[in-house]
Design a protein around this ligand. Structure first.
Ligand code: PEP
Ligand code: MG
Length: 600
């Protein structure tokens, strides 16, 4: 086993990469150390003083939250800031505040230990609830708990203080307030025990461009503040007490990553055009409002996939037409003259349909998902279409339907859309009557009959994440068959080729919003197959544009022909890797950090 300079063994822990980059520095472990909270008995007079001290701590916490909320609102918009309003409300909750005061008086104990008991009882209750949304509120209670206790213990309490020098912030769960509370110049990275790619804080870390890894399990057990640590936001790993060789390796990698990112930045304002003058549309895939501006600033010419179902997943009730209108209008205003493709809600599959509760399914990915839900819950579909159509009066809105398997589904969607247009006209409500309607091509039958589907719509967008899953019969989320999930399978490549050809023959443009579009290894082949639009994860925008700008269309066509002549995904990848190494040696850093064949 390797050791660092102080004789500690090097420990590597795998998590989920949520924000690119490499951080090297001392760990800064956030959290209240409960050992420091001692239960003290007090007399009657002292109990009253404890209550005054408790109220003062609550006031300070509220003032702090108001400031952080304002700052967040300014930097990241209303959506991220709303959480701090919730925290302020929690600090007014009589069940928390009133109950703590009552118990201090009744049991004559010190404020911090009574408050801890009360709030942890709430945490317990919430964490056992069936409702996912309410369970998620435990994180808010913890955030509020830490903030108030920090004030009760005094500002010098190191465990939850702010960074005063550069460090890698480690926490059980990263609260939005932790992200915003820290001085940005000191934050080298964020690592958490819990969380997912789409957790609020992960999104914030990406928006702030701070390297970040989540889902590390009980990492805090191995760590003390000050321990040397490496955080690899590309591979999704942290290394505690790195051995000298490891440290050196990562220092080099970090240097290379910085050079790599800097070098790519220069292309942000340049056109997305091949050397011989073919324009290729480059767009971003997003889930949240906060991602719109950064994607455009990084060179996206629009949003090629806005997964609207996240709005449904984040709320307890179904969002009303007004909720949706207010939300979507923010997106379209932020996009300015750029288009946004609103994908109508794609619930079902792995995105729980708690709003519908229609059926218990053995194979949800083959079940009631995407467009299939719309007929059964036409009311929900109509509400969303009305909101999107109303927003089309404010900017360049496009609408896209997920999980289309046959022509009749598209015809159905078109007829509902036309019906709503007539309704809006009758009600004198403004909308764009020519709003383009597109189909996602992510089911093999749709790819094979893309000519028929193209006749029913204005554009196609290939969703490779699902197209690979359905054409190879490999569950995109099942780690046991992960090695079978291959985007370069010749069967998948032929489906992509045919879809593009069919679309063009019918005079519609064809894009791709699946993760394959973000894979630098695939870029030349997709250009050669005639793909008109690449809609990619925002972090991949600069590298994909760089590749587009360095190639000629005809060399891409030749490469695509060759790619289609191979019989196995390995042969395709070996060939593409050799071309990549030859042509884009300086972009290789990217390739090392990214697994091939990924679905998410
Ligand atoms: C896809 O399937 O490729 C896609 C972009 O949709 P999602 O990943 O949301 O299923
Ligand atoms: Mg899909």
């Amino acid at each position: 086993m390797e050791h660092d300079n102080t004789g500690h063994s090097e420990i590597r822990i795998k998590g989920v990469a949520v924000s690119q980059g490499i951080a090297i520095g001392p760990a800064f472990v956030l959290g209240v150390d409960h050992a420091e909270i001692v239960l003290r008995s007090v007399n009657e007079e002292e109990a009253e003083a404890e209550i005054v001290r408790f109220h003062a701590a609550i006031d300070k916490a509220k003032k702090e939250l108001a400031i952080i909320g304002e700052e967040t609102r300014r930097l990241l918009g209303e959506k991220n800031a709303a959480i701090f309003d919730v925290h302020q409300l929690l600090l007014e909750d009589p069940e928390l505040v009133g109950e703590t005061v009552r118990r201090i008086r009744a049991f004559k104990q010190n404020a911090e230990s009574v408050f801890l008991q009360v709030i942890e009882q709430h945490e317990q209750t919430f964490s056992h609830l069936d409702d996912e949304y309410l369970r998620a509120r435990v994180a808010d209670l913890r955030d509020v708990k830490r903030r108030v206790i920090r004030h009760l213990l005094g500002t010098q309490h190191a465990a939850s203080a702010s960074l005063t020098q550069p460090g890698v912030v480690i926490a059980t769960d990263l609260m939005p307030s932790d992200t915003m509370h820290q001085r940005r110049e000191f934050v080298l990275g964020f690592a958490t025990e819990m969380g997912s790619r789409t957790s609020h804080a992960a999104i914030m870390a990406r928006s702030l461009k701070v390297p970040s890894v989540v889902g590390l399990g009980d990492v805090c057990r191995f760590l003390n503040s000050g321990d040397p640590i490496i955080l690899d936001g590309n591979a999704g790993e942290i290394i505690i007490h790195p051995a000298p060789g490891t440290l050196q390796h990562y220092q080099l990698l970090q240097q290379r990553f910085l050079e790599y990112s800097r070098k790519l930045e220069h292309g942000r304002r340049l056109p997305s055009r091949t050397k011989d003058g073919k324009d290729i549309d480059l767009a971003g895939n997003i889930e949240f409002f906060e991602e719109v501006r950064p994607a455009l600033e990084d060179g996206a010419m629009g949003i090629g996939l806005y997964r609207t179902e996240y709005l449904y997943l984040m709320q307890d009730d179904l969002p009303s037409e007004e909720d949706q209108f207010n939300e979507y209008v923010r997106f379209i205003r932020a996009a300015g003259e750029h288009p946004i493709i609103f994908r109508t809600f794609d619930l079902g599959g792995d995105k729980a349909q708690r709003h519908f509760h229609v059926h218990q399914e053995a194979n949800p990915f083959l079940g009631f998902r995407g467009v299939r839900l719309y007929r059964e819950r036409e009311d929900v579909f109509r509400t969303q279409l009305r909101a999107i159509l109303r927003v089309s009066a404010f900017g360049r809105v496009r609408i896209m339907i997920p999980m289309v398997a046959c022509v009749s589904e598209m015809r159905y969607c078109r007829s509902v859309l036309e019906d709503i247009k007539a309704e809006l006209t009758a009600q004198n409500i403004a909308y764009n009557p020519d709003v383009p309607l597109g189909a996602m091509i992510e089911v093999p039958s749709a790819a094979v009959t893309a000519d028929l589907i193209a006749k029913e719509c204005d554009f196609l967008s290939i969703g490779t994440n699902d197209l690979v899953q359905y054409s190879l019969a490999v569950d995109r989320g099942n780690k046991y068959v992960d090695q079978l999930y291959r985007v370069f399978n010749p069967g998948v490549l032929r489906l992509i080729k045919d879809t593009i050809r069919h679309g063009h023959e019918q005079g519609v443009w064809v894009g791709m919003c699946g993760e394959m579009a973000s894979d630098p290894l695939a870029t030349m082949a997709l250009i050669g197959l005639g793909l008109d639009e690449f809609s990619v994860s925002p972090v991949s925008l600069t590298v994909i544009k760089e590749i587009i700008r360095r190639v000629n269309f005809d060399e891409c066509e030749n490469l695509a022909d060759r790619v289609l002549s191979y019989s196995t995904p390995d042969e395709v990848e070996t060939y593409l890797s050799s071309v990549f190494r030859r042509k884009f040696k300086d972009l290789l850093f990217y390739e090392t950090g990214k697994p091939r064949g990924h679905s998410n």
